[in-house]
Write a protein that binds this ligand. Structure first.
Ligand SMILES: [Mn+2]
Length: 351
């Protein structure tokens, strides 16, 4: 079933307005600005002059409606809603600004605007073959970029220099852009799970955590590797091996039928027995058009993993003023196991 049909099946209102760019792409294959109007009887793409040709090319099956001057978005949306005789209209209340919502409501006095309530997010969870191919390509690019920079990074370089090298190689290999803000965090910065790369030179004896991804057809990959510089001492080495073992346990626990909360607990119990309280974030998350999607691989998640899920497994240990380590792969759940999309090795590398 294509994405539009799946969305129509799930539509529990007379019509829906879609504004979130990733949902425009997911539903219509369209990457420009504008919005979608979807009802049982019609599906239209509203945009302005700048995107008309692009819309024709990318979304040929959609009725194209061009905004201009008097015929602005609220007026054209009103025409669509009235033509469809829609009384209840789904809108992305978790995306529209308050001002945009108020304007819509003013333009549609006869309609009840109700939250779309995570329906596209739920439907996007299970990836089809072409989506999986894009994620795997993005993952292969990120993995290969990591391997390419290893011989070129050394103590004395700054976190920002490593970040730039990594992002350059991903672009060279065909990434549309970083999947998210690349994290490069060495030494004490490694104890901050989402550190911003700084101008601080990396010192010998430190661990460097690199969390990054590539983008292909809008689909993202997510991976983390932690590498050592010079000779890494026994304390950091033990942290590294603890995370590595926990991550492997998480991968072993993931698969069709596995409960997300159980995958999380597997990693967490292993780490908590050795470094209590040092692993404060979730074990993983879905990956797709967004870097963070459903399902969450978190302690309280009862979601059962199914074929077509793309999730990360990324436990970490963070010790303030000592350092940190995280190891992450993006895996695809299949009928009989998982495909690990990330090929880069996980033995401790000392550069
Ligand atoms: Mn991640």
């Amino acid at each position: 079933m294509n994405h539009l049909d799946a969305f129509l099946n799930a539509l529990q209102a007379d019509a829906a307005l879609v504004h979130r760019p990733e949902n425009l792409r997911w539903l219509a294959g369209y990457t420009g600005e504008g919005c979608l109007f979807v009802s049982k009887g019609a599906h239209a793409l509203l945009t302005d002059f700048r995107y008309v040709e692009q819309a024709k090319r990318q979304a040929p099956g959609w009725e194209l409606i061009q905004v201009s001057g008097e015929r602005n978005y609220p007026a054209l949306i009103r025409e669509q809603v009235e033509a469809a005789r829609a009384r209840q209209v789904w809108v992305e209340t978790d995306y529209l600004t308050h001002d945009a919502y108020v304007k819509l409501a003013e333009a549609l006095p006869g309609a009840e605007l109700t939250p779309m309530a995570g329906v596209p997010e739920r439907l996007r969870e299970i990836k089809d073959e072409s989506e999986i191919a894009s994620i795997r390509r993005a993952a292969a690019i990120a993995s290969e970029a990591f391997m390419r920079i290893l011989p070129r990074i050394h103590a004395g370089m700054t976190e920002k220099q490593v970040q730039r090298l990594l992002e350059f190689e991903m672009l060279e290999l065909g990434s549309e852009g970083p999947a998210f803000d690349t994290i490069a965090a060495a030494g004490p910065n490694g104890a901050l799970p989402h550190a911003t790369p700084s101008d601080r030179p990396i010192q010998s004896g430190e661990l460097l955590t690199l969390d990054f991804g590539a983008t292909v057809d809008g689909y993202r990959s997510d991976m983390t590797r932690t590498v050592g510089f010079g000779k890494v001492g026994p304390e950091l080495r033990d942290i590294y091996e603890t995370v590595r073992a926990a991550q492997q346990l998480g991968l072993d626990a993931a698969g069709p039928g596995a409960v997300c909360g159980d995958v999380d607990r597997t990693c967490r119990e292993y780490i908590d027995a050795r470094y209590p309280g040092s692993f404060g974030h979730s074990t993983g998350h879905g990956v797709g058009l967004f870097i963070h999607e459903q399902p969450r691989v978190a302690a309280n998640s009862e979601t059962v993993l199914r074929p077509g899920h793309a999730v990360t497994v990324e436990p970490g240990v963070y010790i303030p003023s000592v350092g940190g380590c995280r190891i992450e792969d993006t895996v695809i759940i299949t009928a009989d196991g998982i495909i690990n999309t990330i090929a880069a090795p996980k033995e401790l590398i000392e550069l």
